[in-house]
Ligand binder design. Structure first.
Ligand SMILES: [Mg+2]
Length: 351
């Protein structure tokens, strides 16, 4: 197969409402769409860079220019050939690489006439996704969560701010508002230090939380290791794992019980499959999560989640908060996310 053409289209997609975490807040999702032509078959990818990998729209475009210059005319057999070639062209830049990698897998699925998850392993047909409640005060968070449940969501991820008493109030009000039949998980985005994180985990334990995501700074692996041992709520690593190598380090050192994998962190589908295999071998189930993404790259993450048995959780919800999305095709039913059934990523793109 030969790469004939690579083009990219940056778009700032307005959100329905501003979304805030401990680290930042924004009313738009910055997305770069990529179109790839391989032997007459068109494929689409997209990326949403974040500061977790020190990338921005500008760095993505620079990296795409550099990679495209060397990829035009490149012959490949498997998706991984392109991932390896991109790593040889330039280091880092996983979100930029993800855009091309997704388009490559879209082409592979389309040319074989298979939805991508069937090509990658087919562990299930649909997966429950949560909807994330951003960082806001406790009564507002409880109201927002109730509204999401009315829309059909059966799992809520709540963003925390790193102050124990305020976070406990958030969690308690939310659990009281939702009742016990809704799954609740929390994400601190590195806001805590060890002692406060442990105090939060112990006091929040009766509220039945599935996991406590990235409580401590990404590079505080020693703290993450201690908390993984002491916290009654399972600790999940997110920002601590941006590559398959990080997954190995976190797994072997027991710095988390669970890992949040994102296509934009690891550089696309090939590398995420590698990271997931490492997590599985280390006994760490995974979640597939997202940045501020279009449903195009959400679909790619969904295919990975459906293909891999070690993926137990999905946090694939950013597209629900977009006021405009050039991509369409995902199905949402009774809390579960499903692909369209068409080949490749199964998505339509109208830029
Ligand atoms: Mg997270």
């Amino acid at each position: 197969m030969n790469v004939e053409r690579i083009e990219w289209y940056p778009r700032d997609l307005p959100r329905k409402e501003r979304f805030a975490t401990y680290r930042h807040a924004s009313g738009v999702a910055q997305v770069v769409f990529v179109r790839l032509d391989v032997d007459g078959t068109e494929g689409w990818g997209a990326t949403s860079p974040s500061d977790v990998t020190k990338e921005s729209k500008d760095t993505v475009i620079q990296a795409l220019e550099k990679m495209a210059a060397e990829l035009r005319g490149f012959a490949f057999e498997r998706g991984r050939d392109v991932a390896d070639k991109m790593d040889a062209i330039l280091p880092g830049n996983p979100a930029a690489k993800a855009a091309i990698d997704l388009a490559v897998f879209d082409v592979l699925g389309r040319s074989r006439g298979l939805p991508l998850y069937r090509m990658l392993g087919e562990a299930r047909e649909a997966i429950l996704t949560d909807r994330t409640v951003g960082l806001m005060d406790a009564p507002a968070a409880a109201d927002r969560a109730k509204a999401f449940v009315r829309e059909g969501f059966r799992a809520i991820k709540l963003k925390l701010g790193g102050r124990v008493d305020e976070d406990l109030e958030r969690v308690t009000k939310l659990r009281t508002a939702l009742g016990n039949h809704i799954l609740v998980r929390v994400d601190a985005n590195q806001a805590y230090r060890y002692r406060a994180a442990l105090r939060f985990a112990r006091q929040a334990y009766p509220q039945v939380l599935e996991f406590f995501e990235q409580p401590l700074p990404a590079d505080d692996l020693e703290g993450m290791r201690s908390l993984t041992e002491t916290s009654p709520i399972p600790v999940m690593a997110d920002e601590s794992v941006v590559s398959p190598q990080d997954a190995a380090k976190v797994g072997w050192s027991k710095c988390a019980r669970l890992v949040n994998l994102k296509l934009m962190k690891t550089g696309g589908i090939s590398r995420t499959l590698e990271a997931n295999a490492i997590c599985e071998s280390a006994g760490m189930p995974t979640m597939v999560g997202c940045n501020a993404e279009s449903s195009l790259s959400i679909a790619a993450a969904l295919h990975v989640a459906l293909a891999q048995r070690n993926v137990r959780f999905a946090d694939l919800d950013s597209h629900f908060n977009l006021a405009e999305d050039p991509a369409s095709g995902l199905q949402f039913e009774d809390g579960y996310l499903k692909p369209s059934g068409k080949s490749g990523l199964g998505m339509d793109v109208r830029l």
